[in-house]
Write a protein that binds this ligand. Structure first.
Ligand code: SF4
Length: 326
């Protein structure tokens, strides 16, 4: 196949202006920019978009926020067997666990002692832990640690509970919200394209299922985050397709307050034969900067600005101490 012709620099400049001004790029336009700009230029474009959305303060300083949180994985038992996952264990494995309450309490207390406010509470798709188990846990934690914000239960975990209990996603969410769930993490989005999901996570929630959890959560007044796990079998066009789905979800719900890119080599499969290792060879570091810059450019300005405001509303009283970025 002949190499693609270099992108027209005038066209790239016009598209960069459009993105900086808050225009909504089509998938083709976003792909052109993503492939046509070198890394520093794409990074600068993302920075310009960021400054438009979150301009410097009167003192000329740019405000950067962060959150102090802790990952808490109540169980590593999972029946979903994603090809890239180094975390999970099958039921009956020697090192499979469900954390005892005392261990969970200790982890929360360590978080609070460090000035943290948020628990990122996610885990495996356990075949026997049901919504009641999680609701009891959330109620317990909220009673003991009312200051803790529970950011938990990614959309595939909710889909799993819904299927396990044969009841609607909305009912599962209602129970968890009533028990103290504050926001949902965007884990398990990987790449929201079915060709990719069938290869790397064929038993996990599908793209429509992932999006539907988010919609239902937003209808209950909930907010959450989104992720993009990149660097495995996806193409550049599929990364753009993924971000387009997130943008459309944000247009529809206004419920996404941040987007996290996650590169897959950090999460190798436990037997070393998963997609991650192949991805590391194929991908290297070359595409990481564009992947981190990319989520900024396609989001419409107003929605992204609201997202930034929401983050500030939650984060502005944090102590000046970084533990874990969110
Ligand atoms: S990434 Fe997949 S295999 Fe790993 S815990 Fe989540 S659902 Fe289970």
């Amino acid at each position: 196949m002949a190499p693609a012709a270099p992108a027209d620099p005038i066209r790239l400049r016009d598209l960069a202006k459009k993105a900086t001004a808050g225009g909504v790029l089509s998938a083709d336009e976003a792909l052109l920019l993503y492939r046509g700009l070198d890394q520093p230029s794409l990074g600068l474009l993302a920075h310009d978009v960021r400054l438009r959305i979150n301009p410097p303060h009167a003192d000329g300083k740019v405000r950067v926020t962060y959150i102090v949180d802790r990952n808490l994985n109540p169980t590593n038992v999972c029946v979903t067997d994603c090809g890239f996952c180094a975390f999970y264990r099958s039921p009956g494995d020697a090192d499979a666990y469900v954390l005892p309450r005392e261990v969970i309490y200790q982890k929360v207390e360590e978080l609070i002692a460090k000035g943290g406010i948020q628990l990122l509470l996610q885990g495996g798709h356990h075949p026997r832990l049901d919504t009641r188990w999680f609701a009891d846990l959330f109620r317990d934690l909220k009673q003991r640690y009312p200051q803790a914000w529970i950011h938990g239960m990614s959309p595939p975990e909710i889909t799993h509970l819904s299927k396990l209990e044969k009841r609607p996603v909305r009912d599962v969410l209602l129970d968890l919200k009533a028990a103290g769930l504050d926001s949902i993490p965007g884990g398990g989005a990987e790449i929201l394209v079915e060709r990719v999901r069938k290869i790397i996570a064929p038993k996990k929630a599908t793209t429509p299922e992932w999006l539907e959890v988010y919609r239902q959560w937003a209808r209950l007044g909930g907010k959450g985050t989104a992720t993009m796990m990149f660097g495995h079998v996806e193409t550049d066009a599929e990364r753009i397709e993924h971000m387009t789905r997130i943008r459309e979800l944000q247009d529809e719900t206004g419920g996404v307050f941040t987007v996290h890119p996650v590169d897959v080599p950090a999460r190798e499969h436990r037997d070393g034969q998963g997609h991650a290792r192949r991805a590391r060879r194929a991908e290297g570091d070359r595409r990481r900067v564009p992947a981190h810059a990319q989520p900024r450019a396609p989001l419409p300005a107003e929605r992204a600005a609201r997202a930034v405001e929401l983050r500030h509303a939650r984060h502005e009283d944090l102590p000046d101490r970084a533990v874990d970025g969110c």
